[in-house]
Every structure is written in structure tokens, then in C-alpha cells.
Design a protein around this ligand. Sequence first.
Ligand SMILES: C[S@@+](CC[C@H](N)C(=O)[O-])C[C@H]1O[C@@H](n2cnc3c(N)ncnc32)[C@H](O)[C@@H]1O
Length: 310
Amino acid sequence: MTLQVASNANQAPALFTKYIAPIEHTPRTYASEGYVLPSDEQERQRLLFSLLALRLVLQHNVLKAAFGNRVLLAPLPAVEDLKVLECGTGSGIWLLDLATELKGNFHGFDIESRLFPRNAPGNLFFTMNSVTRMPEWWAESYGLVHQRLLLAALNAYQWKEAINEMYRVLIPGGSVQLGEAGPWKSGSVTEKHQTLVQNLFESRGLLLDCAVHIPQMLSNAGFIEIKTEVKTIPLGRWAGQTGIDGRDNFMGVFRGMKTPVLKMGGLGFVQSEAEFDRLLDEVEVEWDATPGSEIEFFIFTAQKPLSSAL
Ligand SMILES: C[S@@+](CC[C@H](N)C(=O)[O-])C[C@H]1O[C@@H](n2cnc3c(N)ncnc32)[C@H](O)[C@@H]1O
């Protein structure tokens, strides 16, 4: 994939300007213009009234199952009062789950607060911050920093800022754990759809292939002991309930990109809202009918050296 970073993340590179005539439809609201997934009241309501149906909960369960029911892959530093930080926490589902396994203090933050859990236990708290610029006074405070699925939110420069910030807020010997989706495959409709998503990401300067770059970015920031685990998640009915769960989650992700795609005039792939919906319906049918349809998911772990003099 050619990386094309827009000088302004909200501005389309020249390649796409000929397509930009927004297609009228009823948009959902978005946390920020640079972020291409929905995070709105509709999702908040679904969290309150139907936890099992919530895509972020389903997503957490799908990812946890793919990694052998583990939420934590990173080693923990030998400290008595462990402090855990989660960047882009969303509904806090990962942090809530980890808090059932570990003793410590758990802090999640996000640029959007509407999905924060209302009745979290007393050792969990949530704040509004951006991963690209955390408060100065968080320096060397946390034993573990986690971030999952911000690929639709960060451009190349913001990735660098975010990873440098994670390094700064970790104590020496602390660990980072990052989880990101990779490429997906099925048949020809999926190939077309993947190109559409790639073009959407490129038009916003986002890194769809961030998983390729993360190990180097971690190393550049000063992290050591960089490790990668990758699992494939089956997509579609052919793989039984696991495939249905994977399909429902990732179809939810991709259907949620409708507004950004239509705002960009369909990026040369679709001419109307109905055409977008039809394309996504066809992707879903293809996944159901094509054994081997799957998406890769990566978890990276790394450590801040005990001494920077090493
Ligand atoms: C796909 S959701 C993932 C939520 C959660 N990490 C999970 O795995 O369930 C991405 C989240 O990142 C948040 N986000 C986007 N840009 C951010 C930024 N610069 N700093 C912090 N959070 C951000 C969004 O508001 C959204 O809640």
C-alpha cells in the first residue's frame, strides 16, 4: 500500500479531489472529523440497553477469544501499586475485563466520554484526553499502557506522537500493549471493498497498514523487547459461530464508514447510499460463502528500559 499522508489530516490529497462531491444521506455523528468510525449516542444507548448486542463488547469478545481468552499479553513490572492506563478506551471494556484479573488502579481515557461506563468499580476511572498529548504530570506514572484499534483515528505523525507519549508516561521497566487489525481477505467483492477502505484511509492520511509500522515506531521511541503475536479471525457463516461473531463485528465496523465514504463522494466506488449498502451486503454474502475469509489481528508488546543509559 502506498502511504500518502495529507498535510492536513482533514484535507483530501490531490488524488481524490476529482471525486469529492458529497452524497446526501442521514449521517451518524462522529467524535471528530479525522476519525472514521461512529461513536455516538446511538452506540451509547445500545451499551445501556443491550450490552450483548453492542459492537464494542462483541469486538472485545471476538478478539479475546482469538488470543486464547487472554486480555493481557505484556509482562508486568514488579511493583506493588500497579497503575494501568488505557488510551482510546471507548466503553472501557478491555480495562473492565483486566480489572477482574489484576489488582491495581485502572485509568482509561478517550476524546469522547459518552461510552464511558457509568458504574465502574472504585479502582477504575475515566478521563477525557488525547493520546497524542497527555498531561505533563503523567510522566513516569504507569506500569502498563494499553491501546487497541486506533487505526481509524491516527495519521502517521499522530502515531509517532502517541507512541512517544506512551513511552513518556510509563515507569522505567513498564510495558506497552497495542492491538491493531491487519488485512482481510475473501473474494473479489472483498478485494474491491478493501481498496475502497484503503482509499478512504489514504484520503485522511490514516495508516490502514499501521501494523506493519508499529514495531519500528516502538523501536524509534526507545522501546525494547518488542514482540508481535498475530492471529487470524474467521469471517462468515462457513466458520460457525466464531465466523458469525467475527463477521457481525467487522461488518459493523465497515458499515460504520458509510458517512465518511459518502462525504468523499463515494471515492469513485459507489454513487449513492443505496450502492454503498449494496456493496456491503455483497461483502457479507461473500464472507458467508467463502471458506478462508478472514482478517488478521496483531498484538504488539514492548518495554521501556529500566535504565535509559543502556
Ligand atoms: C474503535 S474504538 C476502540 C475502543 C477500545 N479501544 C476498544 O478496543 O474497545 C476507538 C476509540 O478511540 C477513540 N479515539 C480516537 N482518537 C483518539 C485520540 N486522539 N485520543 C484518545 N482516544 C481517541 C475514539 O473516540 C474511540 O472511542
